[in-house]
Design a protein around this ligand. Sequence first.
Ligand code: ZN
Length: 245
Amino acid sequence: MTDQSGEISKVKQMIEESSRIVVMLGVGAVIESGGENLWSSRECYRIEGIYHKSPDEMMSVGYYSARRDKFFDFYKREIISVDLKPAGLYDDLKRLQARGKIHKIITQSYYDLHNEAGLRDVVELHGNIRRNHCSQCGKEFSVEYIKEAKGVPLCDECKSAIRPGILLFGETIHNDLMTEAVNACEEADLILVLGTNMYDNMVKFCTEDYKSDRVVLITKEDHFTDRYADVVIHGRVSDILPQVM
Ligand SMILES: [Zn+2]
């Protein structure tokens, strides 16, 4: 591994000087918390082997509408049954938040790790598995209700299908959430991109107009777009964060 001590002290100083940090949390945060990236080639291969469909297809709004039983079979087994525990990075972010450093946290994860860890000011671009509602009357349901339902979970009032509280493929991110995320980035004095890469749609979209030399990328894998960040540190986010704060 190359010596990254120069980058580490640079980022430490950047964090020291900042008071409006925007954190972008990628799939790496879920993986460090014990999850898998469903869209990694290994997972896609495994899922196609079991379900004969890609995760994209099964997590699409079309599949939810047309094959609701199969959608929920997949959703219950592969999405909401995953056992996660917030990785160390969540504690580090909580400490930064307590120091008044963080302006907003933006995430694409639909898992509730940030709330479990007690983080505030989180923009959940892709929703949250814990917030489900009846597609007809709007009554809200817990994720446990979905887990325990046999087959398609139905509303106990009007018997309509329950809609999971996450963004499905083929849907667009809610405008208000996108605006909140983009505005937060414009107001930021430092952007920390954690556990993803600069090619990530969330990162591309939110940092497009960010005119500054203060975008820091901390992630495990290198990627050809790393050069779009001003400072790059490779490693597990939970290992690196304590060293830069
Ligand atoms: Zn209902």
